[in-house]
Design a protein. Structure first.
Lengths: 1139, 503
């Protein structure tokens, strides 16, 4: 964008002229001959000479042109031109109109030469004589991109000759060519295509050359050519994300970029995602910073309850660039430590207005269900566990009211019973509609879009909807000033069902543990357990909860900016940016009154809340670009930024409502509660960056940002975040320059310090508790005490990162390889330590203590294996990470993840963050003798119970016998995408793999406990029954009350989390343009495709799905499957139409 | 144009940095920030209220201090049996470990109050307000601090003596001051409080001159400073401000709180927002805790804690009017309720603090309004008697002692034998102050019997079978248990603190 802005003013000084639409149409109809003539007429008052334009380019971009003066003298650039995304394209177009061409020799050096003579028809080219045989025929046609938009300036050559032409503003061309010859269509950034000359018009669709599209990288407050980048930046293009049927862009990132691990915390529609860039950098918030069109924010996922990133329509995204190393992220200073994801939305292009319609329709299903006992099997188990526990066993007599309490005395008579998974899971629809308008004049470009996305959850009662609008505008005021805006409006509506947030009432848990002997409905309402709790349990009906609880979250968000850009003098640009991010969130939770057997909710309850956050941002940057002596290229950025956030919330509720149909706070008659609050933060920053390159071989980048943050006290209000990086383009050295197969070889090194400031807002301040009341006569008066030890010296977590990288391109960049190794050290990690009780404080503010190290290797390989009619491209990336805690306060471990009051994870020095911690099993006791001779476990331990290892050999099994039993952090994650294209067909297969991590399957604590009336997995059929019927040797006995605590947190529940998944398979067909031209719809382009997301998963994991993220994005509680909403398999059919 | 833009943008830069200091200051709106507080008299009063609130907590007067009578052998936990009140049972069986949560509760709660006091003492002097009012607030704060350190030094011995708010993590590692230094500070705080506090508190329930004198008497008495103790007790008596209620029961009735016998009471009230299980509550919960278990004369049915032993009940002389006020015995009536010995493991329940539903005092589950009397005139009279007797003025000791006995409906004593009188005064204290804030435990560990042995060590082993079939652990008492252990969580986090011997 920045490039085209500059070009508009420097290359083609035409900005005061904007012809009416009719004039442009007329111009487009002119033959090339006439166009040339027009361009060579003496200059009008506003046209620019070619020579001066080239001089400008030289000084602006530091490029060098070779040409003979006579080629350039007296030529003027055309005044009508479309907008281009790079100066090269624009130059190529302009020269094409003058029958000149430009070729890149090396680095920044270009040669300008005449285009080969035109074919004679319809009129001979100036001063040239046709050399072709009389068999020449007139050929005309149009060249469009995959979006159906005409491509101007495409070079059209007769294969094997120098004869050719180029397309005009709407992509049309006209020339003469020998009959039966082949035309070669080539265009910067697009794949070259060959078409045979036959009868009739030749319509060609050029596909984007993905490798070349990547050449511009968004680096934060600017863009850079890929070959000039000295830091570690991974880029994901529109093409890579657009076929994935997902609610949010974060999900689409999975497996696409080396060093970026994406895992879905919940499969709920619109559910949350955890993103870790280069490992887990902190025990605190480890999520990256997102920057959408220049406005930074954190994703702050509400766990399963929706994700702020879902407010952005993935269809609006043009590119995502992930800044990984310190060199790249330091420009974001105190927020850069966990990586930065820069998202750029689509912008308008000059030319005809293109209309795009995109839609897909699909279905989702839970791919894998857990095998559970049927009613017969459950009854047998219940009888056995009660007998083993010395309890009364269910029989017709003991069951009491036989009508509602099942009789387990004849299990076989109970049959299959209710399949609760079948009852709560469903085949769910997913639909997406987008319409976009894109176009504009040379002065004003626009991109408008509207989208509607609707996803039903695979669990009944859950759904997600998004309505989105986007309007991006760019306007060239005059040759020096450009203004524009990006504006996104969205509303999301999420219908929530409780899953992993509450282990006792989460629907996934309930579906697994509710008894198959309970029907779904009884007496016109939902059935509930009735009878002795030992027989029927006390769990509520999951279908009833899903269908009658009303839990919704609504978000309205406005995210956008307005900018102005001024070029004072050549090379010096000023840009000011005003951004706004306004979020409005509403939630409502209504639980009706009901009586479902013994599960009773006597009165309806309602709670409602509203919150809003307003963030504004102002940024001012100066960029100066200068090339000295054609060797020293310098770009300097200086800028300032201020960001301010203010939030307010209001919550209220009442627990007594007379009606199940009335959801208004005022209708309540019980204990009423209300709360409200307000808080805010601000950030004031100054940043600078210097890019220097010498002879295009030696590159240097130095960045510094100074952040002042309201989160810190006066002692540490400001932080300085410097970084530096160097790169050596070895391929530019004389000794390699002649190696034609080597397109690029660059070595990179960077080091820098970034920060993580994501802590509470007022940690530095001494806060007082005003609720310490006292009695004064007959009244109660307020009292105030300090409750928390302040830490005025609290500061960001500094993150020191060293990175070495290599970029390699061979065979004309048909093979591109990138490798990075890094060492990332988080120091002064923010921890909340206990205080001495004698201080009188109840707690303490965070302190900077502790260290975490992440080391990793990232490899990315892109190859164009086959080009031509049949093309085959491969994208592969793999990331290896090692995470280790080096230091904590007093080396005191941090426990997290409580299940049945037991901690599941323990973060300790020498271990990875969030390592699983528990007892170590040692088989099953077979005899009473074995129980007696083993270390003492529990008073009721008996044969059939699990034997735990006495790790400290003190003869007693207690909490001192726990050990680290697995790491949730994968050894590597990898993504592999193969794309094939033949004629109009395209096929893409995306594989995603995670290897070497463990998962804690907490579901099984409940579903394999065999201690009470809860349904269990069929694994429990292999349980120990006696020494002669010992089962599979792993599953203990069934016994009421579990006296040995076989269900304690142990390695019994730790499973291999590795998996390989066919993440996405897409088969598409693009209609040939010639068919469309004759169709009734008059479409420019049409593509049909079918996609399968999460088609197949290969894993040993026994739960629903091995993709288990972090509970509420907590880095301390990752990989704990706590009744999580399973990730769905999605099949869609889609259609893209361009008009 | 060319010149305007650089100027404009430069101006923008300057503009945005000119007010940066303000821009980067964000004041919390939901919490009070210390920076904005402590500005006026109302703030000073609220800070002081916060300190008073500390006395209400479970780690102080709402629960832990009265459970010391269980440790002293007057009663057992009773309640729900073996599983109930395990931390108190551990203490009463003299098996206390450093991890005992009850011990940790006492420790941290007292220091929370000390922090609140220290904040008052640090901040209020700088507040611009009426000087006399300020002096009273500071005096009250010192009184509260003395109260807390007096509990701590008696229970734990050497303790960290923290006299200003600690604001840095480094400052938290504080070693233990000598017992003498702690007492010196307590005396100093009380002496200053005595000077500035008024005879009658402007706010009912706040510390007074008499309260400071009375506490000082007890502090001297605990240190065997008999003459000083006698002087201070005599000053209270001589002030004419206080007198015994004609009825003993008047001291434990919500309707007659803060009466003429009361020197200092922790003020409790029915709390509409929470109950006694909440740390922030302003209500008491003794009534629910001590109400006979499941007798339903209290709103939650009654937990049956603090069941008096037969040995204790047998100490009452025939005709002692205090007995039916202090304990429930089989057949006792409370309105239409008839107490059954089956309600209790020992056959008795504590009655002194029960506020029955039938009384009409507004109560809810674990939410009773009855104040806890910290110091009352009867105690001062008994202290005066003891201080005189220990100084050999046994005849003079009889007057104050007999005032208390007479009110209890008992005949006056006339012995002037110092040793006999010593035991008599101690027994009178045991019955008069039974179940009140661990007075019995403090008496047992501060005083010596006539053979020179600390009473706790000679008395407690005499309990147990056959005198007290429930006093199984009483014989475990040894010198180490005269002090509680420094809690483990303090030891884990405070590198400068050491442990009491034997733990």
């Amino acid at each position: 964008m920045a490039n085209s802005t500059l070009l508009a003013s420097s290359l083609l000084v035409l900005s005061t002229y904007a012809g009416p639409a009719a004039a442009q149409t007329a111009l487009a109809a002119l033959s090339p001959q006439q166009t040339h003539t027009a361009a060579e007429t003496p200059p009008s008052a506003v046209a620019q000479s070619l020579k001066s334009a080239l001089e400008e380019l030289k000084s602006t971009y530091g490029v060098t042109f070779f040409y003979s003066d006579q080629l350039v003298e007296g030529k003027f650039l055309p005044k009508d031109h479309p907008a281009f995304s790079s100066w090269q394209e624009e130059l190529r177009y302009g020269l094409g109109q003058l029958r000149l061409q430009v070729e890149k020799l090396e680095g920044n050096t270009y040669i300008i030469s005449p285009l080969p003579p035109m074919a004679p028809a319809p009129a001979p080219a100036r001063g040239s004589t046709p050399t072709l045989a009389a068999a020449d025929v007139p050929v005309s046609g149009r060249v469009v991109g995959t979006d159906g938009q005409g491509l101007p300036g495409v070079t059209v050559l007769v294969k094997g000759t120098a004869i050719g032409s180029s397309t005009n503003t709407d992509g049309s061309f006209m020339m003469s060519a020998p009959e039966g010859s082949t035309l070669v269509f080539s265009y910067v950034g697009y794949k070259t295509q060959e078409v045979g000359v036959g009868g009739g018009p030749i319509n060609v669709t050029l596909a984007v050359d993905e490798q070349k599209l990547n050449e511009v990288v968004v680096v934060g407050y600017g863009t850079q050519r890929r070959e000039d980048v000295t830091g570690a930046i991974a880029s994901v293009t529109e093409q890579e994300i657009k076929t994935q049927p997902v609610a949010g862009l974060d999900q689409a990132l999975q497996g696409k970029a080396a060093g970026v691990q994406v895992s879905q915390n919940s499969g709920a529609p619109g559910g949350g995602v955890s993103i870790r860039v280069r490992g887990v950098g902190t025990v605190g918030n480890a999520e990256p910073l997102y920057v959408v069109d220049g406005v930074p924010f954190y994703s702050d996922s509400d766990g399963q309850n929706g994700n702020l990133l879902n407010t952005i329509n993935p269809n609006d995204i043009a590119s995502m660039d992930i800044l990984k190393d310190a060199s790249a992220t330091a420009i974001y200073g105190s927020r850069g430590a966990n990586g930065v994801v820069i998202i750029t939305t689509k912008r308008g292009k000059a030319g005809r207005t293109n209309i795009g319609l995109d839609t897909y329709q699909g279905v989702q299903q839970v791919a894998h269900k857990v095998d559970l006992l049927n009613a017969t099997q459950f009854a047998e188990l219940n009888n056995e566990l009660l007998a083993n526990g010395g309890q009364q066993v269910n029989s017709l007599a003991s069951a009491g009211t036989a009508a509602t309490t099942p009789d387990y005395s004849n299990p076989a008579a109970l049959g299959q019973g209710t399949d609760w998974q079948k009852e709560i899971f469903r085949t769910a629809r997913i639909q997406n509609y987008n319409v976009n308008f894109n176009g504009g004049s040379e002065k004003t470009q626009f991109a408008l879009s509207g989208g509607f996305f609707k996803q039903e959850g695979t669990i009944i009662g859950s759904d997600f909807k998004r309505y989105s609008l986007r309007m991006n505008l760019d306007h060239q005021v005059n040759s020096r000033i450009k203004v524009g805006s990006s504006l996104g409006l969205s509303r999301t509506e999420a219908g929530i069902v409780t899953t992993d947030e509450d282990t006792q009432s989460g629907l996934v848990f309930l579906a697994q543990t509710q008894l198959p002997t309970l029907p779904v409905y009884r007496n016109g309402t939902f059935a509930g357990p009735e009878g002795r709790i030992q027989f029927v349990g006390d769990r509520p009906n999951p279908v009833g909860r899903a269908l009658t609880f009303d839990n919704n979250i609504y978000r309205n968000r406005l995210l956008g900016n307005v900018y102005a850009e001024v070029e004072f003098v050549k090379g010096l640009r000023f840009r000011t940016n005003l951004g706004l991010d306004a979020s409005f969130r509403e939630n409502s939770f209504f639980e009706p009154a009901y009586t479902w057997g013994s599960t009773v909710h006597p009165t309806a309850a309602l709670s409602q809340g509203q919150s809003r956050e307003l963030v504004w941002l102002t940024e001012n940057t100066f960029t100066y670009t200068k090339t000295l002596n054609e060797k020293h290229a310098l770009t300097v950025l200086l800028g300032q930024s201020a960001q301010n956030s203010q939030s307010r919330y209001l919550n209220a509720g009442d627990n007594t409502y007379p009606y199940n149909t009335l959801q208004a706070l005022s209708a309540g008659s019980g204990t009423y509660s209300a709360s409200s609050g307000e808080f805010g933060w601000s950030l004031l920053s100054y940043m600078g960056r210097v890019n220097y390159s010498f002879a295009d071989k030696y590159l240097f980048t130095g960045t510094v940002r100074v952040d002042g943050s309201s989160r810190f006290g006066t002692q540490n209000k400001y932080g300085v975040f410097p970084s530096g990086s160097v790169a050596w383009r070895v391929s530019q050295e004389p000794f390699l320059k002649d190696v034609s197969r080597l397109s690029d070889l660059k070595l990179r090194a960077s080091y820098g310090i970034t920060g993580n400031q994501n802590i509470g807002l007022y940690e530095y301040a001494t806060l007082l508790n005003g609720a310490q009341r006292y009695v004064q006569g007959s009244s109660i008066v307020p009292g105030v005490v300090p409750t928390s030890l302040p830490n005025p010296a609290v500061q960001w977590e500094p993150n020191k990162q060293l990175d070495f990288g290599l970029d390699l391109g061979i065979l004309d960049n048909r093979v591109v390889f990138t490798a990075d190794v890094y060492n990332r050290l988080t120091t002064k990690m923010l921890l909340t330590p206990p205080v001495t009780p004698s201080s009188g404080y109840l707690g303490a503010a965070a302190v900077n203590a502790g260290q975490v190290r992440n080391q990793g290797l990232e490899l990315a390989l892109t190859t164009r294996n086959l080009v031509g009619d049949f093309s085959w491209n491969t994208n592969f990336n793999i990331s290896f990470t090692r995470n280790k805690v080096l230091e904590l306060i007093n080396d005191q471990p941090i426990l997290s993840g409580s299940i049945l009051t037991q901690s599941v994870t323990r973060t300790a020095v020498g271990q990875p963050i969030g390592a699983f911690y528990g007892y170590v099993t040692d088989g099953i006791f077979q005899t009473a003798d074995q129980v007696r001779t083993h270390a003492t476990q529990q008073p009721g331990t008996a044969p059939g119970d699990i034997r735990y290892k006495d790790l400290n050999n003190d003869g007693i099994i207690n909490d001192q016998d726990r050990a680290y039993i697995g790491s949730p952090i994968p050894k590597f994650t990898a993504g592999l995408t193969n794309t094939f294209a033949y004629k109009g067909f395209d096929l893409s297969v995306f594989l995603y793999a995670v290897y070497g991590n463990k998962l804690f399957n907490a579901n099984r604590i409940f579903t394999e406990a065999m201690s009470g009336a809860a349904n269990q997995t069929t694994e429990t059929l292999n349980r120990w029954k006696s020494a002669t019927d010992p089962g599979d040797g792993e599953m203990p006995r069934a016994v009421y009350g579990d006296p040995n605590t076989n269900a304690r947190v142990s390695d019994r529940y730790v499973e291999d989390g590795s998996f390989l998944r066919i993440k996405n398979l897409t088969l598409g067909y693009t209609m040939p343009a010639k068919w469309l031209g004759t169709s009734a719809v008059h479409a420019q382009s049409l593509r049909l495709y079918a996609t399968a997301q999460n088609l197949a998963t290969f894993t040993k994991y026994r739960g629903y799905d091995p993709e288990v993220g972090s509970f509420g994005q907590s880095s301390l509680q990752t990989g704990v499957d706590n009744g999580a909403y399973p990730v769905a398999r999605t099949l869609t059919l889609g259609l893209n139409v361009g008009f | 144009m060319k010149k305007i833009f650089p100027l404009l943008s430069l101006g923008l830069l300057l503009l945005s940095t000119g007010c940066e200091k303000e821009f980067l200051e964000k004041q919390p709106k939901n919490d009070l920030a210390a920076e904005n507080f402590y500005k006026d008299e109302a703030d000073a009063q609220r800070a002081l209220n916060g300190a008073y609130h500390g006395l209400q907590k479970s780690g102080c007067f709402r629960m832990r201090l009265w459970t010391l009578d269980i440790v002293a052998g007057n009663s057992i936990v009773g309640a729900g049996g073996a599983g109930d009140g395990q931390e108190t049972q551990q203490m009463a069986n003299f098996a206390t470990t450093t991890a005992n949560p009850g011990v940790a509760d006492i420790w941290s709660t007292h220091y929370q109050t000390i922090l609140a006091v220290n904040v008052v003492l640090d901040r209020v002097p700088a507040i611009s307000m009426d000087a006399a009012r300020r002096d009273v607030i500071l005096g009250e704060a010192r009184f509260l601090r003395a109260l807390c350190y007096f509990d701590l030094v008696r229970l734990f011995g050497k303790v960290p003596l923290i006299l200003t708010q600690q604001t840095t993590r480094e400052s938290l590692n504080v070693g233990r001051a000598s017992v003498a230094d702690v007492y010196r500070q307590i005396e100093q705080d009380l002496a200053l409080a005595e000077q500035v506090l008024p005879a009658q508190a402007a706010i009912v329930g706040h510390a007074t001159k008499g309260a400071a004198k009375g506490m000082l008497a007890k502090v001297y008495l605990t240190q065997n400073k008999w003459a000083d103790a006698a002087t201070k007790a005599q000053e209270v008596v001589g002030s004419g401000t206080y007198s015994l209620n004609s009825s003993f029961a008047t001291n434990f009735n919500p309707a007659t709180e803060n009466g003429p016998e009361s020197l200092f009471e922790v003020q409790y009230a029915f709390d509409p927002n929470s109950n006694g299980f909440s740390g922030d509550a302003v209500c008491n919960s003794r009534s629910e805790f001590m109400g006979p278990r499941s007798a339903n004369i209290t709103p939650g049915g009654g937990f049956g804690w603090n069941q008096p032993t037969a040995e204790f009940v047998s100490q009452f002389e025939t005709g002692d009017l205090r007995k039916p006020v202090t304990v429930f015995a089989n057949g006792d009536q409370l309105g239409s309720f008839t107490y059954s010995a089956n309600s209790s493991i020992t056959g008795f329940n504590t009655r002194k603090f029960v506020v029955p539903i039938s009384s009409g005092a507004q109560t809810a589950f674990a939410n009773d309004p009855l104040n806890t009397v910290v110091l009352r005139y009867a105690d001062v009279l008994l202290m005066l008697a003891e201080a005189r007797n220990e100084q050999g003025q046994s005849a003079d000791a009889l007057d104050p002692l007999n005032l208390v006995r007479t009110r209890a409906g008992l005949p006056a004593l006339s012995t002037t034998n110092q040793a006999t009188l010593r035991d008599a005064i101690m027994k009178e204290r045991r019955l008069e102050l039974a179940f009140e804030n661990g007075e019995r435990w403090f008496d047992l560990i501060r005083s010596k019997d006539n053979s020179g042995q600390v009473r706790a060590l000679s008395f407690l082993p005499t309990l147990g079978t056959p005198n007290d079939p429930y006093g199984v652990g009483r014989g475990n008492i040894s010198a180490k248990f005269l002090l509680l252990p420094i809690p483990q969580n303090e030891r884990d986090n405070n590198s400068a603190i050491d442990q009491n011997p034997g733990y």
